[in-house]
Ligand binder design. Sequence first.
Ligand SMILES: [Zn+2]
Length: 297
Amino acid sequence: MIVDVHTHTPRYRTRPEVEVAGFNRPDMAPMRPGQQNPGAYTWDDYLRAMETVDKAICFNIAAPPPEDPTEPVGPVAPARELNDEAAALIRAYPDKIIGFLAVHPRDPCALAEIERATGDLGLRGIKLGPNYQNFDPLGEDAFRIYRRAAELKLPILFHQGTSPVRHADLDFAHPRHIDRVAMAFPDLKIILAHLAHPWHADCIAVIRKHPNVYADISANFYRPWQYYNGMRLATEWGVLDKLLFGSDYPVATPQETMDAIYRVNDPIAGTGLPPVPIDEFEKVINRDSLALLGLAG
Ligand SMILES: [Zn+2]
């Protein structure tokens, strides 16, 4: 079974008549070298891209609540809207798609929204982006979310690593902070997105010591030298078995991400540098991430 643990919920059932920004916003540098950031994509676009996987986890990122002193940055939107959109998609494709909820830790209604999204809406995990959402991952607001997630056995996927959004605080997305989260909540299932690129080594330092902390490989392959280095580090530190398959759709498709696994050693062709063992790395594709995250069945 192939599970894509990192996809962004399409916000449009059909193509919008007016042009929408999507990820293509003036405050964002290109996410993928040489490509414009994706604009609007529809349910059909999404489902077509997901034909190559058996299951996909979808989510988006909640904006700060209206009364919050910080400005929304990057592709964020109100939590309720995003959760309703994810719920509509999973209701239409319940055998294929699993939805994670969006919530902002400083939202006074955050805990109530978690109840609504996991109860009525059937969402089964949480997506947080500490940099995009401008919250301290070690602050009390965030810990209140982690505590509830641990009680409800909801895995949390954190955006980790760099981001092209100018005003998103990079340090909030550094994986070293998640070490303390994992120590405080040893049973909480956590995914660090993107192997926290370009902080692969720091991400590996965290996932190797916590049995319930994983990393997804999404959004790495289009920087071939960094991709090779990250996966080579993961090999040396013995954490290839902690890596989960993810695409970061719509920035890349699952098919592209799968194909790239077999090209990881291209940058070292003709050199004496040590290869990433493809037979071990390709196990990422068929890893039963849902079982690991407690979401099977
Ligand atoms: Zn993403």
